[in-house]
Write a protein that binds this ligand. Sequence first.
Ligand code: ADP
Ligand code: ZN
Ligand code: ZN
Length: 843
Amino acid sequence: MTVRNCMPRYVNIALPVPAGKLFSYHVPDTVSGPLVGVRALVSFRNRELTGVIVEELAAPPTTPTKPVIELLDETPLFSEALLRFTRWVAEYYFCSWGEVLKAALPPGMVPERDATVCLLRTPTEEELAALEHRAPKRAAILRLLMQHAGPISVGYLTRQLHSESLSAQLQALEHQGYIALETRAPALPRARTLRALELAEELRSEPERFRTLMEHLQHRSPAQARLLSVLYAHAAHSTAPLPLREALRRSQTSTTTLRHLLQQGYVREVTLEAPENVLEADEPRLAERNELLLPLNPEQDYAVRRIAEALEAGVPKVFLLRGVTGSGKTLVYMHAIHIALEHKKSVLVLVPEIALTPQLIDRFRMAFPQRIAVLHSRMSPGERFAAWRAIRRGDVPIVLGARSAVFAPLPSLGLLIVDEEHEPSYKQEDPAPRYHARDCAVMRAHMEGAVTILGSATPSLESMYNAHTGKYHLLELKQRADGARLPSIRLVDLRDARRQHRLRGNFSDELLAALQQRVERAEGVILFHNRRGFARWLQCPDCGYIPMCAHCSVSLTYHKVPKLLRCHYCGYSTPVLEECPQCGSPTLEEIGSGTQRIEEELHELLKTAFPQLRIARMDTDTTTRKGSHRRLLHQFARGDIHVLVGTQMVAKGLDLPHVTLVGVINADMQLFLPDFRASERAFQLLTQVAGRAGRRSDAPGEVLIQTAHPEHPVLVAVQTGNDELFYHDELQHRKAALYPPFTRFVVVELSGVDEEKVHQHAHFFASCIPPHPAVLKLGPAIPTVVRIRNRFRRVVILKNLKPLDPAAHHLRSVLRTALAKYQRRYAVSSVRLTVDVDAYGML
Ligand code: ADP
Ligand code: ZN
Ligand code: ZN
């Protein structure tokens, strides 16, 4: 008989709050089994929060502990490896472990008992006054929220307003876009399921019996025989059941046939958790062939061999696969994946944005049917949860997803691929953890002994530098696959065009002529213009007045469809002014151009010559609906759309063979942004968008770039393709100015509604930073956009010299010291302070 030991089990829990420590709780001793990696609901400062148990303590802590309210998992959700990795992320990006664990879990898996409300958009006085009459409770809610800096709980709101329930009001406010509700999800999301079939056990294990049965059925019911043989063939190479729909399709049989077989017990029906968001029936496919069947060209072959060697040796090498646009990097990925799977390893593929890469997803699905889980931002919580569990169990060996997929719980990870590794969308800006998925992938691979492939035609300076120093291994694809040549690139000088009256609106005669030629030949055209809306802003010709956002210090963008002035920072919109509110002047001028105007101008210019011409626009305004991006691309690929006008969306990874002309309306917009990465970004964007042209050998591509600065080094590099020179010069420049990759660039941002207060806080924080030879301090400075969403901003910048501080230990100790000192003075405050390590955002 065992004596009941009444000591509870003590655990440390990482909670999703910005605190640099863990919190101790206890669990009754009646609970058995492992606790580390299990989610727990606990009470924390009068709230209920979900955290993850990260260690079990051998002895009770010195201070009394509260009990865990509820354990949310039967078995650990996080493996030891994933816990170790997430802890590194928290340390490096200077946030709490709990915040990282929360980001790692699919949304909907962090149930918070009490929902919280946060203010998205502050109403204007007029809006408030109007609400006051119609809906006083809603107005009161908004007023309360405006008094508080951060989110507040529904419970608190209800008490403050002496109300029974506010759900109707809150829903209305959410619908109007004023607030966001973070609701709790008390029950775990339901997994989406799939019906599937398998052969009865005795038929699978006794071939003799199967043969007899088949002979018997051959004549009496050929349909039943067909279905059985499909299932038999499937079982020969897979232990997984075959989805019902697929089984019926392959055998050309009906559900009646199936019913007979089920009744006789020859076939069993099972329920599968669908690991993958299956395409909606009406979504067009964007890939038709299995590329794995293509023979590798010599450059690809060499790259695959090097990667295979590393996979076989099991060493965590990092390869930088630098391949010109259209060189067939995807095929190298596919072969590497194939080899990893043969070694019984799993594979993680990161892409910049799932919604923007439907074509790449389809290409992977064609190559690895049934073996790939795609983590979609538009998946329901249930679908995500099903996918997470299937991945955790090891049911799907390949996971493809955006940034947060770097936390996917793949067991025995062997290969990580980061496609378009230079893309800024790999960096999370807000909220914490402000991590860079590429850098995290490299670290995770290192911890788990996996191989990494970073792929790009235009690698980041960070990765190029790491390749130069030997930290990464460079693999190059210098030729386009399949014999296609890189497009010829011409710069069109806008100054000459204007002087010689060869400019109509935004179009030079050269660009128009090239366009007309392609349209006549029924070839595809992409026009790149990196600003949406119609005009950049409106301006009064008499007094210079420019309509500004009521909540941010930026001008409003003029949109023609629907006709509105819109803030691209906070989403605020207002009707277009008919006259100048300052001087009464009857017209406001439209300054600058967005994609809407480009589309309209082109339509006007070509409508007489080509009345049938179809132009479409691709930007965030036209692709918000589910599947719209995919449909647009499909129509363009089929030739139903002739010209695609778009923002940087059109620069991303499209492989459309019929596109032979790419036009850049104005390259200068990219060149002069106030950001040390402006040149790098411009070079990448322009090279990528140019690379969409002429991707098949039978249709050579041409690129026309309009600019008033044809001598700019970035444009020279893009045109000549001499990127070595560009990288060399840019690295020299970064080195001299102490920018990444030679330093870590850390931005500490302070923000709040009271500018004076923010200013004081920023100065105090800067004064708290202890001097250190490895950490240079700049500021506090006023960022270019001083106010966003009603919050005034100040930044303090730290440059951490990597040679003096390779693992960022000194940086962390400096930051910790400064924060501790700062928090001693301002323990509770309406000023928000955030730390962004390896920051990307513009200042
Ligand atoms: P990248 O990603 O490097 O820009 P892709 O992987 O999109 O290039 O490849 C460009 C095109 O070349 C695709 O249509 C691809 O199927 C084709 N391709 C790649 N490798 C080969 C090959 N070895 N033989 C024939 N076609 C290839
Ligand atoms: Zn005016
Ligand atoms: Zn705004």
